[in-house]
Design a protein around this ligand. Sequence first.
Ligand code: ASP
Length: 324
Amino acid sequence: MKFKFKSILTASLAAASLGAMAQAWPDKPVTLIVPFAAGGPTDVVARMIAIPMGKSLGQSVIVENTVGAGGTIAATKVARAAPNGNAIFIHHMGMSTAPALYKKLSFDPLKDFEYIGQVVDVPMTLLARKDFPAANYQELEAYVKANKNKVSLANAGLGAVSHLCGLLFQTQLGVELNTIPYKGTGPAMNDLLGGQVDLLCDQTTQTVPMIKDGRVKVYGVTTLKRLSALPNVPTLDEQGLKGFEVKVWHGMYAPKGTPAPVLDKINVALRAALADPMVKTRLAELSSDIPPTDKITPAGLKTHLEAEIAKWGPVIKKAGIYAD
Ligand code: ASP
């Protein structure tokens, strides 16, 4: 009986201290892990929401870039992090393609995380360096088919959306280009602007300013309707790449086992950030859509992630693309 009482006492003390921790959280700055290099679209979104999230939490939210392997290195780090709310994670649809792309994935997107909510949906744009010898999409298609792997195509690694967009583009044209992987499309964009790489498919959260300044060539957007921020840029679909559509959804995660009161506070902070007038204005300028409020929830994210894993698995397996 004594033993039973003791174990009940121990358990209730542990629960009480966990509850106290969760109530006191955050008692220090929170780290928001970004799985790609600084300056890229994921980093742009993270740094935009970090400030209003910090205001809501009463502690700074510090962005940390953990790069490599199309975002899977960062996802593994977060999956193994202590579930105390001090490390949270923002990642895009790469969370749903990784299980099919990586044979030896060291995390399970559906078991190793708690879900905070969806963050933002971002269209993509197909770009070339400013002096690339194709004035429009028709000329680009002809040039690429004539020159194939003499044309270089940048991406942010296996599992990045720039990789996925580039893959769909090559598959639809029936060509294989010379793909150059980077730690993120931030550095890839630097090389595109510098003329060291020919093509890049990247998200409007990074590319709208470069397109508007005329520092890159743009051939089309990857949505089926033109974008309000880029009304003169045709869709790839209307130029003949029928049904070509890639819109990049993003989610926020915490390590499995993070206490519910902590997850609730992070969700409240995320909602506050996405309701912030500056964030709303900036994301609209970058043609990015904030999801409806029922998607900025744990269930809204997990349900979407499950559906996306089911959708992309067969597509990737059919394309025969994977990393050992
Ligand atoms: N979103 C990545 C980045 O921010 C790029 C990608 O996934 O293509 O660099």
